[in-house]
Each structure stands twice: as structure tokens, then as C-alpha cells.
Design a protein. Structure first.
Length: 254
């Protein structure tokens, strides 16, 4: 055990969408050197296997619709472990800076006198685009990308609907399974064409990922009942560019 007088640091690491070969080298090295690992439930077993056998491992939950450790508890754990002199890795699915509360964690650690560093990861939208062969931007059709979340506030999805309604904006909606119909209604209400191509991707980046294609008007019916993995919604003309052969193979295996 490191001496009490020595202060450790915290690495806020993106684990990517799941497969270990989509980790960055820096992320893999951080996990291999961890003395304490606080990881989200979506982090895959093959990524966790990179940690040393003697590493302290604590699952924090953070899976939509399921019990999770409170953010305040996670913050205090990171601070306590770093003050014990441990090299702490806070391991998050995807990229820490995209709906990962990394700003809150960095601010808490800084207030406690603990040094932290962010190690980026592959986010779900980028993983889905690569896996199913469509771009997130496309000259003449998609000039910008909006990353947003479908979590509800006061019973409604919060989003800049006017910007999302721009026909040249690709909208990538994280945690979108339960609110897919509401998202579609709000987008169409803001002026987005109901015929706009749309897709639902379950477990983006994983070997068993599923891609379901349709249009904005039917988005609410695309989400598979009982989908267990994380669900990403993509709205925009780029969704029509996914490779049909990949889609057909994935759906045939479902």
C-alpha cells in the first residue's frame, strides 16, 4: 500500500463502445496501470480484463433504467482513493466528455486538491457510423452533427428542436429507447420532414450490434421491444447511406 503522505491522481478514461480493440492505446495503458478502477456497468469484460489482478475494482452502475451509485458517492470514492496514494482510473463507456459528467468530476477533484486527466474514447455515434458504413457528415446533405440525449426533464425531452430540425443536421440521440416516439413528434413539430431517414442502433460497436432503418415518422416503432443494450437514434439523410448488406446480415442474426 502506498504511504499515506503520497497523493495519487485520477484518470477519467473513455472505454469506447465495448470491444477492447476500440480502446485508444493511452486508455489501455491507463487501465493496465490502475491500482483502483471505478467502472460503469456498460464497460465490457474484455476491457476490464486489462486491469492488474491486484487492482481494486468497484462497479458504479450508470446504466439507463437500472440502479446506479450516486454521483456524489463516486466523487467521494475517487477523492478518498487518490488521497490514499492510489492511481485511480474512472472508466466510462464511450467518451467521458459526451454525457459522461466528466466536468463535474474534474471540478470536484480539483476542489479536493487532486490532479486529474481525461483520456478520450470512441463515442457510440462514431462507432455506429463506422460499423454500419455511413458518415455522420456528408457533403451537400449533412453539414453538422448534433449529439443530444433523450433523458427526460420535467416529463419532456430537452433539445434545441429548431436546430435539430435543420435538414442538413445529423441528430444522434443517446439513451433514446424510451423517448423515441416523443423525439420523432418534437422533430416533426419543429419542421423536420417525416420522410427523413432514421435509424436505431442497439449496442453500437459491439459484435452483436443491431441496425434498424426507417424514417422519422416511424422512429417510435423501430426500437426493438425489450432491447437490453444501449440504444442510439440517428436522424438525417446519412442514415440512408448505411450498407444494406451489413444491415441485412445483422437483422438476420437477431
Amino acid at each position: 500500500m502506498p504511504p499515506e503522505s503520497k497523493t495519487g491522481r485520477v484518470l477519467l478514461v473513455g472505454a469506447g463502445p465495448g470491444p477492447v480493440d476500440l480502446l485508444t492505446l493511452r486508455a489501455a495503458r491507463a487501465i493496465e496501470g490502475a491500482q483502483a478502477l471505478l467502472y460503469d456497468a456498460l464497460v465490457s469484460d474484455e476491457v476490464l480484463a486489462l486491469a492488474p489482478a491486484q487492482c481494486l475494482r468497484i462497479q458504479t452502475g450508470k446504466r439507463a433504467g437500472r440502479p446506479s451509485m450516486r454521483q456524489e458517492t463516486i466523487n467521494r470514492l475517487m477523492l478518498r482513493l487518490a488521497r490514499r496514494g492510489l492511481s485511480v482510473v474512472r472508466l466510462k463507456g464511450g467518451d467521458p466528455s459526451i454525457f459522461g459528467r466528466v466536468g463535474e468530476e474534474q471540478a470536484f477533484l480539483a476542489a479536493g486538491g487532486i490532479e486529474s486527466e481525461v483520456v478520450p474514447g470512441v463515442t457510440a455515434a462514431c462507432a455506429a457510423a463506422a460499423q454500419f458504413g455511413f458518415p455522420l457528415t456528408h457533403r451537400g446533405e449533412a453539414r453538422r452533427v448534433m449529439f443530444t440525449t433523450a433523458r427526460l426533464e420535467a416529463g419532456a425531452v430537452q433539445c434545441d428542436w429548431a436546430q435539430a430540425a435543420d435538414p442538413q443536421t445529423t441528430v444522434a440521440i443517446y439513451m433514446g429507447a424510451a423517448a423515441s416516439a416523443q423525439v420523432a413528434a418534437r422533430l416533426m413539430g419543429a419542421g423536420r420532414d417525416p420522410a427523413t431517414p432514421a435509424a436505431v442502433i442497439v449496442d453500437a460497436g459491439a459484435p452483436g450490434a443491431r441496425f434498424l432503418r426507417g424514417d422519422l415518422a416511424g422512429l417510435g416503432g423501430l426500437v426493438p421491444p425489450g432491447a437490453q443494450g444501449p440504444v442510439l437514434l440517428v436522424v438525417g439523410p446519412v442514415a440512408a447511406l448505411a450498407r444494406p448488406q451489413v444491415e441485412e446480415l445483422v437483422q438476420a442474426a437477431a
